[in-house]
Every structure is written in structure tokens, then in C-alpha cells.
Design a protein around this ligand. Structure first.
Ligand SMILES: NC(=O)c1ccc[n+]([C@@H]2O[C@H](COP(=O)([O-])OP(=O)(O)OC[C@H]3O[C@@H](n4cnc5c(N)ncnc54)[C@H](OP(=O)(O)O)[C@@H]3O)[C@@H](O)[C@H]2O)c1
Length: 347
């Protein structure tokens, strides 16, 4: 049994809470809220205790919210923290609470791996370096795009090794999530220095990887293009597809019309939070030409990292082996069942 606190209750924190509540081995201490809005009532309706910063405690109470305590108290009552704070907030949380109280924590992909605001000395990807996280106190869970690249690159590297000369990835990222209130600008923006390249190279240092990232006015899902250049003739389309047939968290779709089609299907099918939690390879646009394979895949930004956080907890806190952890994650998140449903829906 682990007593767990989720520091942040936004897009990621809410989803982590849903997962944690399903697991008998985890005792949910509560979640942190920093703003007074209806998400507090959502948490309380789900029987989740809400903790707030000490300097806002009286204010929240005066407004009539039922608050269980301060964030400091929540950390003291916990064995482990899932930090789901707004991008970059994890560093201060670590300094203020986790390090002084000696509490281990998982940070999200918006935190720094290097430099003065670094929160951990590794980025986790369950397909690549699950074992390395075992027993560690602080680890960053790679962001959705970084998790997706790892899920695709690692099986290819295991199958083709030195035959692969390089990976060129163009990330086409959604502007905001469906639940975000922020405006979606009518613009396509580029990223001067996408962090995703360094993040992936943190756990696959040998990869010759070149990443570009664009942001487009959409809320549904990302869609990415990965070019894999081989030394000599590239493998056939069928052999590439075969690599991913049994992969955890990768679905092979054939008739989706676009990202909205996949997202709306997940909502229609009643998947929790409308998430598939997967990368979806779109087979009909998988092409091979001469020495290059082109894979187009969409990835469920909000959902992808939730089973990843759960797997990382299995490694850091429970020190379980990967096969056992995957079995547990599959039972909790129904990944194999959802993959089959999606593949049947989009065959
Ligand atoms: N959204 C995605 O698709 C996605 C995917 C993968 C990884 N990530 C990463 O996950 C992290 C969270 O992203 P998100 O989309 O969930 O953000 P979000 O929806 O903006 O939520 C951020 C949460 O942080 C809370 N917060 C504010 N100040 C804080 C502080 N000092 N310490 C802790 N929490 C604080 C906010 O509380 P209030 O609401 O009460 O103000 C809010 O609940 C980021 O690192 C992001 O890069 C996001």
C-alpha cells in the first residue's frame, strides 16, 4: 500500500486521480488546488480530499470550500507524490516540500531535465528504461510526444539495430486540450528549439534523431510524421507493421479520417476522459520508398502519460519487474482490450 498525493488537478492531475482511485494498492491522500474554481467541487464529488497552499487556506475556507489541509500537510501524510503542476512548477515544489520532507516524486514532462531548474537525473519511458527508475526518488515522466517517440523508436531499434541510419520526426502538436479554456489562435507556429529531441536522446542516446515541432489550431490530438532512413533498402511495409502488432500502447488503425475521428470515437466508446492512452499508427499512410519508411501516427496527448506514470510508480516505489508492472497496467487501464476495440472500429 502506498499513500499518494497528486500535486495539481489540471488535465493530467485529474486523469492521474481517476487511475489512482481504481487501484486497491494506492491510498489517495488527495489533490492540490491553487485556484478557486469548479474543479474543487469535482474533486469533492469524487470523494477526493482537496489541499491548498498555506497562504490561501483561510481564503478557500471563507468561500465555503471543504479543505482537508495545506499542501505541506498533504505531503507529510504521503509516501509518494505525483507532481502534476503547471509546466515548470515542479522545481519549486521539490525545493519547498519534497526534498525537505524526504518524499519521492514523479514529475511531468514540462519540467527541466538539465540546467539550474532540473528536477531529476532521468526521463522515464516504460518501453526503454523502466528498470533504471527502480528505487529512484525523483524521475521525470517524458511528455506525451516524447513518450510516443520512445514507444515507436525502441521496437524499431530492437528489430533493425544498425540498419537504421537516422530518425527525422515532425511533430504536429495540438494547440490546447479539449478541457482548456485558453483560446486557440488561427496560426501555425514553429518551435525554435524543440525540447523533445534532447528528451528522447536522454533515454535513447544512440539514436540519430532530428526533431521539428509545429503547433496547429486544434484541440483534438497530435499527429506526427516519422521518417526512418535505413542503410540500404528499407524493410517492407508488412514487416514494419509486424513490429508493432503486439506492442503495448500502440494501435494499428486503417481508416481513421483524422485526429478528431479518433478522439470522438474514444468519447463515444466511453473511454475514461475520452482518452485512448495510445499512439495510433495510421497504416493507410505508412509508406516505404527506397531507403526510407514513413510512419504517420497520432498520439493522445492527455492520455498517453497516465499509464506511463503508473508504470513509473511500479518501478520507483514497488520496484517491480517490468513484465509484472505491464500486466498490472493492462488490467487497470484495459490497454489490450481498448487497442483491439480501436483496431476493429478503424479496420
Ligand atoms: N496536457 C497534456 O496533454 C500533457 C501531456 C503530457 C504532459 N503534460 C505535462 O503535465 C504537466 C501538467 O500539465 P496540464 O496540462 O495538466 O496543466 P494544467 O491543466 O494547466 O494544470 C496545471 C495544474 O497545476 C496547478 N498549479 C498551479 N500552480 C501550481 C504549483 N505551484 N504547484 C503545483 N500545481 C500548481 C493548477 O492548479 P489550479 O487549477 O488550481 O490553478 C492546475 O491544476 C505539465 O508539465 C505538462 O507539460 C501535459
Amino acid at each position: 500500500m502506498v499513500r499518494l498525493f497528486i500535486n495539481g488537478y489540471g488535465n493530467i492531475g485529474r486523469r492521474l486521480a481517476t487511475a489512482v482511485l481504481m487501484d486497491d494498492e494506492i491510498k489517495m491522500v488527495g489533490v492540490a488546488k491553487y485556484s478557486m474554481d469548479d474543479k474543487i467541487l469535482e474533486a469533492l464529488d469524487n470523494d477526493i480530499d482537496v489541499y491548498v497552499p498555506a497562504d490561501k487556506f483561510d481564503l478557500f475556507q471563507q468561500k465555503g470550500y471543504k479543505i482537508a489541509g495545506t499542501i505541506d500537510e498533504a505531503c507529510q501524510r504521503s509516501d509518494f507524490i505525483l507532481d502534476a503542476s503547471k509546466e515548470g512548477g515542479g522545481f519549486e515544489n521539490k525545493q519547498k516540500f519534497y526534498t525537505p520532507l524526504k518524499k519521492p516524486a514523479i514529475f511531468q514532462g514540462g519540467e527541466d531535465r538539465y540546467g539550474p531548474y532540473s528536477v531529476a537525473d532521468m526521463i522515464h519511458n516504460s518501453r526503454v528504461n523502466y528498470d533504471k527508475a527502480s528505487g529512484k526518488d525523483y524521475v521525470i515522466q517524458g511528455s506525451c510526444n516524447v513518450s510516443g517517440m520512445g514507444r515507436l523508436m525502441q521496437p524499431l531499434i530492437e528489430k533493425y539495430g544498425n540498419q537504421i541510419k537516422r530518425f527525422d520526426v515532425t511533430l504536429v502538436r495540438r494547440w490546447a486540450d479539449l478541457e482548456d479554456s485558453k483560446e486557440v489562435k488561427d496560426s501555425i507556429e514553429w518551435d525554435k528549439n524543440p525540447h523533445h529531441q534532447d528528451d528522447v536522446k536522454d533515454f535513447i542516446p544512440s539514436a540519430n534523431l532530428f526533431v521539428d515541432a509545429l503547433k496547429v489550431p486544434s484541440r483534438m490530438m497530435h499527429v506526427h510524421q516519422m521518417l526512418i532512413r535505413f542503410d540500404g533498402k528499407a524493410p517492407t511495409r508488412d514487416s514494419i507493421l509486424e513490429v508493432f502488432r503486439g506492442e503495448f500502447g500502440v494501435a494499428l488503425l486503417n481508416s481513421a479520417k483524422g485526429t478528431a475521428n479518433v478522439r470522438n470515437k474514444a468519447i463515444e466508446l466511453g473511454f475514461p476522459h475520452g482518452d485512448t492512452q495510445m499512439a495510433h499508427i495510421h497504416q493507410e499512410v505508412l509508406r516505404v520508398q527506397d531507403d526510407v519508411v514513413k510512419i504517420v501516427y497520432s498520439d493522445d496527448q492527455t492520455g498517453m502519460v497516465i499509464p506511463e506514470n503508473y508504470l513509473l510508480l511500479q518501478s520507483m516505489y514497488f520496484r517491480r519487474d517490468r513484465a509484472d508492472a505491464i500486466k498490472r497496467a493492462d488490467k487497470l487501464f484495459q490497454m489490450t482490450r481498448k487497442k483491439k476495440i480501436l483496431e476493429d472500429e478503424f479496420k
